[in-house]
Every structure is written in structure tokens, then in C-alpha cells.
Design a protein. Sequence first.
Length: 161
Amino acid sequence: MGIDAERRIAALSEVPTNSTLLFRVAERTPDRSTESASDGRTNAPESAQEAILVTTAADSGERSEVACWLNFCQHFTHIKLDKGSGAAMRNDELVCENHGAYFEADSGLCTYGPCEGATLAALDVTVADGAVYLTDDDYEFVGRGPVETDDDLTSTSNVEF
């Protein structure tokens, strides 16, 4: 498969089977003033966001499929699922450690918690030749790891009154 090397996120073997792999993406925006992209888009660095990869079970039970989600809870979107060391998982579901919400790893559907019924924001990825590639036309792969900011919005408690 002829996927651009710059879209490569990681080797499939690097994606944990019981947690997530954190990386950065940027929204691609129309920009007619540049000829750097064949589709008329350019990377918008100010829109850097975090995304996570999670392995999902194929019909055979083998962990060879991957889902990709933007790294935030649907209850309070400033809360990250993966805070830098991998998201918590239980019974093949991602767990928001702030609210106790559970999200199916393969569909992103919240099955329990304050945002039950909501779905995580998905990004398109493809597994080819033992690697995972970002194939979503709306996003550009920026790099591995968290977005560097001075803002600490990942509190350990969010009490609603």
C-alpha cells in the first residue's frame, strides 16, 4: 500500500493492548496561498490537538485492528482520557478517570457515565505493512506525545453543582 511515510504514526506493535498511544494532530485548513499540499490545504500548527490510538479485537480475537479518537472526554471536553501515560481501560473500554465514563474502544460510544450515549470524535487510520497511518483528510500528523502547553486543565476532580 502506498501511504506517505509522513502519515505514519507508529508500528502496530507499539500500540498497547491494554491502554493507548498518545500523539498530536493538527487540523488541515484550506489555504489557496500555498502550493505545498496537492489538495490546497496546509497544516495549521495553532490547531494542534491530541489523539489516541487503541487496539481493538478483530473477529478472530486477535488485536490487529486500531481505532483512533481525539483525546478528550465527551462530558467535559477539556478533560483528557490519556494524560500522558496511557488511558485507563477496563473490559475493552476506555475509562475517563475524572468522571468514570466508559467508552467502547472500537466504536467510541459512551456506555456508562454522565455522557452516556455520546460518541468520541473519531479520526481515520489505516493499518498497513505492520504500521498505523493517519488517513484522515482533515488532520495532519504532527508527532508523538502530548501537546505542550502551560495550561493545566486536567484536574482530578470536576464536581458539578
